[in-house]
Ligand binder design. Structure first.
Ligand code: FE
Ligand code: FE
Ligand code: ZN
Length: 309
């Protein structure tokens, strides 16, 4: 059986004033672990992902719940699920599954809304096979209806699928503001969150490439950006970080991920993100353009830098 208590009930303890301390004030990192992993292919099942994660020094990972572009989910292999639960015993942090990015819960077309709602509902059901983990989704594209209408439609969708008894936390990802993406500002995210009825079933996943492209300067003012997040959304709602460098300049609204250290954000700034006291204990997920060896080396470098604080 899956070991209890689930990771979901191990609440993260936030420092009183998370933005006051600088990263230099890190003490005792050597007694803790940076929780980090990367996006893995789900094609060979859960156990294969778990083994791959361990082999590259990851203690969490992300995966698509189904084909990222397509719609069909593979039949659940219960033997694989059970083998994975045995292998991935007593996890320190949740896994961060990712919904297909073609879903659009706030489309103006009813059949597209229906498809998003049905897919999310079915994914949330499947997530309960590995209880206590996270399910991250892009809020959607309002397609000219305006962000407010977008938030209203997304909330309608989520209010229809979230269940009080679910152990999975649904995360809404901060977006770069490409096209008509909803979730391009912290204010939009706060508006969206405020419309969800089951508040304890939703949180936020912060994508460093997306917010940089969205105009939040995490290179020169990480403390200020996190303070703004805290003021507008609340750092207690932040449950996971997608750690990516960006091919584009601050405020470009492009969303093109780059390898850690090879983009416009750079290694030192991304390392300050993993070391920031306000983000301590969160799962950090790499979605960088890499093969496994590249991920292993990014994880190794970030762990080294983290130990040094
Ligand atoms: Fe994403
Ligand atoms: Fe992301
Ligand atoms: Zn992205």
């Amino acid at each position: 059986m899956f070991s209890q208590p689930s990771v979901f009930v191990k609440a993260r303890i936030l420092p009183q004033d998370p933005c006051r301390q600088g990263p230099q004030s890190q003490k005792g990192n050597q007694f803790m672990t940076l929780h980090i992993g990367c996006h893995l292919s789900a094609s060979k099942g859960y156990l294969a992902m778990g083994k791959t994660a361990r082999s590259i020094g990851a203690d969490t990972f992300a995966f698509f719940t189904r084909n990222p572009r397509g719609s069909r989910a593979k039949a659940v292999d219960m033997a694989d699920v059970e083998a994975f639960r045995d292998f991935w015993k007593d996890p320190a942090v949740p896994l961060v599954a990712h919904a297909p990015y073609t879903l659009n819960a706030c489309s103006d077309r009813e059949e597209v809304q229906d498809f998003a709602r049905e897919t999310i509902a079915s994914d949330l059901q499947r997530m309960e096979l590995i209880p206590g983990n996270y399910y991250n989704m892009h809020p959607g594209n309002h397609l000219g209806q305006g962000a407010e209408k977008g938030c209203e439609r997304i909330a309608d969708c989520l209010n229809a699928v979230l269940r009080p008894e679910q152990s999975t936390l649904l995360l809404l990802e901060t977006m770069a503001g490409k096209g008509t993406e909803v979730g391009r500002t912290f204010e939009e995210m706060a508006d969206l969150l405020s419309r969800i009825r089951l508040q304890d079933k939703v949180g936020v996943c912060l994508d460093t490439c997306h917010i940089w492209d969205g105009g939040y300067d995490i290179v020169h003012n990480l403390d200020g950006v996190l303070a703004a997040f805290d003021r507008v959304i609340g750092l207690d709602r932040l449950k996971a970080v997608h750690l990516n460098d960006s091919k584009n300049d601050l405020g470009a609204h492009k969303d093109r991920h780059e390898k850690i250290g090879a983009g416009k954000i750079g290694f030192p700034a991304l390392s300050r993100v993993t070391c920031h006291p306000a983000l301590r204990g969160l799962p950090f997920i790499l979605e960088t353009p890499n093969e496994l060896a590249g991920y292993a080396s990014e994880i190794g470098r970030l762990r080294e830098a983290w130990k040094e604080g």
